[in-house]
Design a protein around this ligand. Structure first.
Ligand SMILES: [Zn+2]
Length: 274
């Protein structure tokens, strides 16, 4: 058996897919009660990752050679896919999904296992604690400014603070502060040195994939504050990246991504009259 403390029958919110510890006074999922999310139309519903595993599987697909994505099918909760970002010192799991079954662990071990987990923001915390345990208690790097949303501060959780933190060699977490105060992205020095960002929906790849969006809330359509967007662009100016991977399959800015972020910010600010 792979699991010790975090197991697959703990309460998990159906709407956001985040898993909570036993015994917590649940009521409504705090992440969904926040104005950036919503409680499902049938009211608060709970499941477990074991139940999710009864009728879902994780699928693996390469975004580009060497960069694997993991998504749960059919769609569950928010529906993001995670990425396995490779490099010296082992693989980084970027963002997370709500299902981690034995088949998933076996497949990832074939790809070299995991050395650490890092997550962009609370909506994707999903089953991060169970994932950590499934890979031997690996660290989960979360930004300290989102501490209030962490379901439990177990030994795996490592808080980082400030603008940047190198989680593993060549994989630097950055804090643009978009969507959440602790909203994080990862800069990867891969793609033969071209560099890439994995952004979750902190920088959201939109339908026209030459552009990204900046929202405080996506489901409730609340725009991000312009000063936050300006600050984020300034932070990213120090980093080179040619490709940008968003939170879902195929949501990829496939070249010239740094310029795409700049022109997207300019367009955004212009539409706000700034
Ligand atoms: Zn929730």
């Amino acid at each position: 058996m792979r699991s010790t403390g975090w197991v697959n029958d703990q309460p998990m919110c159906v709407t956001c897919g985040v898993q909570y510890p036993y015994g917590i006074d649940l009521g409504v999922c705090p992440i969904c009660a926040d104005e950036r999310q919503y409680v499902g139309y049938d009211g608060q519903l709970w499941t477990t990752s074991a139940q999710v595993g009864d009728n879902h599987v994780n699928v693996f697909r390469q975004e580009v050679r060497g960069l694997w994505g993991i998504g749960t099918e059919p769609h569950f909760a928010i529906g993001q896919r995670a990425l396995i970002v490779p490099g010296e010192g082992g693989n980084l799991l970027w963002d997370c999904v709500s299902l981690v079954d034995d088949a998933t662990v076996d497949r990832i071990n074939e790809l070299g296992g995991l050395a650490a987990i890092a997550i962009s923001h609370p909506h994707y915390y999903s089953a991060m604690h169970e994932w950590s345990e499934a890979f031997g208690g690996i660290p989960i790097h979360l930004h300290a400014d989102d501490e209030q949303w962490i379901p439990v501060r177990d030994g795996a959780v490592r808080l980082w603070s400030g603008d940047s933190f190198e989680a593993l060699p060549g994989r630097t977490l950055l804090n643009p502060r978009i969507h959440f105060a602790g909203g994080a992205i990862v800069h990867w020095d891969g793609l033969d040195g071209r560099g890439a960002l994995c952004t979750g929906d902190i920088l959201q790849v939109v339908a026209d994939r030459r552009w990204v969006g900046f929202m405080y809330s996506y489901p409730n359509l609340i725009p991000e504050h312009p000063e936050t967007v300006r600050r984020a662009v300034k932070l990213l100016a120090e980093y080179d990246f040619d490709v940008l991977y968003g939170a879902w399959w195929d949501k990829v800015v496939d070249g010239d991504a740094k310029a795409a972020v700049s022109r997207s910010a300019e367009r955004y600010l212009a539409h706000l009259g700034l």
